[in-house]
Design a protein around this ligand. Structure first.
Ligand SMILES: *[C@@H]1O[C@H](CO)[C@@H](O)[C@H](O)[C@H]1NC(C)=O
Ligand SMILES: *[C@@H]1O[C@H](CO)[C@@H](O)[C@H](O)[C@H]1NC(C)=O
Ligand SMILES: *[C@@H]1O[C@H](CO)[C@@H](O)[C@H](O)[C@H]1NC(C)=O
Ligand SMILES: *[C@@H]1O[C@H](CO)[C@@H](O)[C@H](O)[C@H]1NC(C)=O
Ligand SMILES: *[C@@H]1O[C@H](CO)[C@@H](O)[C@H](O)[C@H]1NC(C)=O
Ligand SMILES: *[C@@H]1O[C@H](CO)[C@@H](O)[C@H](O)[C@H]1NC(C)=O
Ligand SMILES: *[C@@H]1O[C@H](CO)[C@@H](O)[C@H](O)[C@H]1NC(C)=O
Ligand SMILES: *[C@@H]1O[C@H](CO)[C@@H](O)[C@H](O)[C@H]1NC(C)=O
Ligand SMILES: CC(=O)N[C@H]1CO[C@H](CO)[C@@H](O)[C@@H]1O
Length: 618
């Protein structure tokens, strides 16, 4: 035994020595992070070594020789500017060119080409979106025995919910998992983040197992395989598949899926696994770092839990464990479109504190800094702000939890809204013959990525952070302890977090005060923002003369901007760290440079926000 080990060590050492010469072999598993960056975001720093979604989708199709399996919520790769029902109606060809719509056609064409090469293609989607629904996958399948398309309605199985995973598997070897839909806007008008795994058969086969479970589900009759249960974990009555662990053990059916979970019979629900399956796959990244250490483990997680198999963890556990993986005094970065501590589509609503609890726990016990970036866009969910502010209240609770100086709260939650410029000017260019003034197509200009990264591990998913996505909707995540991926994902987050496209979320009841601010030559000596019904009022006092601006919800942006402009920190403990000086560029109202001195660090940022003109006398 010992000799064997020794021999193994020698072989490993030799393999390591010879590594650089054999790396070009295509059998190696390589990983890249993948992004889509909306047009017209010149101030967003580009992160090197990150691929673009449009390229990766084409490669996955172009490189396929045997099989191509795609899970999509909906398909809109081909823009339809001439169709009055379309969200891009009325934009000119040159505008669409500027939007990058042609990239969607290239992706569509690459799948069409793969179909012509007789690749076996399986397309699994939700029912699609108005007005085209399943037109694109149907067109691709039409008259081709090698292309199969199915629609899977999860609401028949879980009462609500949709196919929401965005997954491509090519030749059981190359995989994309991420936030990008099969929509041309997901390539150039929506901020997306995903991972491209190339030459990774072991991972691809596991993702394919999940695909096969979904595919099988689409062939089954939900009416004989579902039960209405009184869910004892979430305290609502709801419909679930008959093999669900939300059904008491004795009443459960045997799962008809090809692969299912092998945990002991526990109920209610799907408690966290103590030792979820980890994939010990050596992953190569760019820049290459040939280490001869054990491969850092990676994992997959899936939703909803009834589709789990083997010892793979639920998507909720993947998120929670990644938040909790932070080292003492470390940082967790969370990027999401939505954040709700409840369900969105059930009646009655479910209260869901899994993620916010995990955040507060690491703030208290691990003294962690948690940065959360949430999208603010045309379809922002109103209840979000309340949940975010209540999460920010953890800062107050943490500070007041300890009285002694030594044990004072060092953890902190910080939350910012991400506003892609133009987010409030989306929709068709023309409605009923009238120009709308919109500048971008409908459902675009939003930060749509879904990931969390601590200093230990990275988790890249397809689910929005709302209960339904974890319990009634299909989602897939890839996570890893691979340090290069962890660092690269942090870099992507930081580029967004420090960009001029973010504004802080204000803590409940926190008023803003500023010492000194220069606006167009006038010294501002006071500022405050408060709620007035549904509206926020911002008051800026310059040289003791109020230049008061009333701000309703439509000009909320300006309030956030004011807050940011004043460099007021959100936390009581930082109250003394106020803006020293801020300078607005004289020539334009929509562009100014802000310099904040936080004592420790000096931040200098450029802002380009048209709504600021409210504060700019015309
Ligand atoms: C995919 O293949 C098509 C046809 O061969 C080619 O035109 C296109 O450039 C390829 N895409 C990429 C990103 O390599
Ligand atoms: C296949 O994928 C690789 C990246 O993994 C890419 O460099 C190459 O261009 C792709 N080949 C084709 C034909 O698209
Ligand atoms: C699949 O595509 C065909 C056209 O080939 C279409 O008739 C059918 O409705 C589609 N099926 C589903 C389930 O979307
Ligand atoms: C479950 O309840 C829903 C709505 O209350 C009902 O439509 C459905 O038929 C029930 N399903 C089963 C399997 O009892
Ligand atoms: C839920 O179902 C249980 C029995 O399964 C029933 O006793 C209860 O009244 C139901 N609750 C609601 C709110 O419908
Ligand atoms: C590369 O590997 C070495 C040792 O294995 C490690 O110390 C170093 O931090 C790694 N570099 C990166 C960028 O992860
Ligand atoms: C456009 O006009 C039709 C017919 O007058 C009307 O039914 C529809 O609501 C209008 N659509 C919008 C978006 O105003
Ligand atoms: C919001 O306030 C702005 C500036 O005062 C004003 O121009 C706009 O009409 C208001 N919008 C609504 C919906 O009240
Ligand atoms: C000026 C403007 O377009 N305001 C809109 C911004 O977005 C919110 C949410 O959709 C709308 O309610 C405002 O009217």
């Amino acid at each position: 035994m010992r000799r064997e080990l020794l021999l193994y060590a020698v072989v490993l050492a030799l393999a390591c020595l010879s590594l650089p010469r054999v790396v070009e072999s295509s059998a190696r598993c390589k990983a890249w992070l993948v992004q889509s960056i909306p047009t017209d975001m010149p101030e967003l720093p580009r992160v090197s070594g990150v691929l673009s979604t449009g390229d990766v989708f084409q490669w996955l199709a172009n490189n396929s020789t045997k099989s191509l399996d795609i899970i999509a919520q909906y398909w809109q790769l081909l823009a339809k500017p001439k169709d009055p029902r379309s969200g891009e109606f009325g934009y000119s060809d040159s505008e669409l060119q500027q939007f990058g719509a042609h990239l969607g056609s290239l992706v569509y064409k690459s799948i069409d080409n793969a179909a012509n090469r007789n690749v076996n293609i399986r397309l699994l989607s939700h029912s699609g979106l108005y007005p085209y629904y399943t037109k694109e996958p149907s067109d691709l399948a039409n008259g081709r025995p090698n292309v199969k398309n199915v629609t899977l309605l999860l609401s028949k199985w879980w009462g609500s919910g949709i196919v929401h995973a965005k997954v491509w598997i090519s030749d059981d070897r190359d995989v994309y998992i991420g936030s990008a839909n099969n929509d041309w806007k997901s390539l150039t008008q929506v901020k997306e983040v995903g991972i491209y795994l190339s030459g990774c058969s072991r991972i691809a086969r596991k993702v394919k197992t999940y695909f096969n479970n979904l595919w099988r589900l689409s062939t089954l009759d939900s009416s004989i395989h579902t039960r209405n249960v009184s869910d004892q974990q979430w305290l609502i009555n709801r419909t679930v598949p008959c093999w669900s662990h939300f059904i008491p053990n004795k009443a459960r059916c045997r799962s008809p899926l090809p692969s299912y979970i092998e945990t002991p019979n526990v109920s209610p629900g799907y408690p966290s696994l103590s030792d979820p399956e980890m994939l010990r796959v050596e992953i190569e990244t760019l820049p290459r770092n040939h280490s001869c250490q054990e491969p850092q483990p990676s994992y997959l997680s899936f939703a909803p839990p009834e589709l789990l198999f083997g010892k793979y963890q639920s998507d909720e556990q993947g998120w929670v464990d990644t938040i909790k993986s932070v080292v003492e005094g470390g940082t967790v970065r969370i990027n999401t479109m939505d954040w709700l501590g409840q369900s969105q589509y059930t009646t009655p609503k479910v209260y869901w504190s899994s993620l916010s609890s995990a955040v507060s726990e690491v703030v208290f016990a691990k003294k962690a800094k948690v940065k959360i970036l949430v999208a603010y866009w045309g379809h922002f969910i109103e209840a979000t702000d309340g949940y975010l502010r209540s999460l920010l209240y953890s800062n107050v609770l943490c500070s007041s939890s300890s009285s002694s100086v030594q044990s004072k709260c060092l953890g902190q939650v910080e939350i910012r809204y991400y506003m892609v410029p133009g987010f409030n000017k989306t929709g068709p260019a023309v409605i009923n013959g009238t120009k709308t003034g919109n500048l971008y197509p409908a459902y675009s200009r939003v930060n749509h990525g879904k990931y969390v990264v601590s200093d230990m591990r990275a988790h890249i998913g397809t689910s929005n952070l709302v209960w339904d996505y974890f319990f009634t909707t299909s989602g897939v995540s890839f996570g890893t302890y691979k340090m290069e991926i962890v660092l690269k994902l942090q870099e992507i987050f930081d580029a967004d977090w420090n960009s001029p496209y973010v504004v802080p979320v204000q803590e409940l009841g926190q008023d803003m005060v500023v010492k000194r601010l220069v606006i167009k030559g006038e010294v501002v000596i006071g500022a405050a923002a408060e709620w007035e019904g549904k509206d926020r009022t911002a008051v800026v006092i310059a040289e003791a003369r109020p230049i008061s601006t009333k701000m309703n919800s439509s000009s909320i942006l300006s309030v956030f901007l004011t807050i940011e402009t004043l460099c007021v920190s959100l936390l009581p403990k930082f109250q003394e760290e106020r803006a020293r000086e801020s300078e607005r560029e004289r020539e334009a109202c929509d562009s100014f440079v802000l310099t904040c001195d936080h004592g420790r660090e000096v931040e200098r940022k450029r802002y380009a926000l048209k709504d600021f003109s409210l504060l700019c006398p015309s």
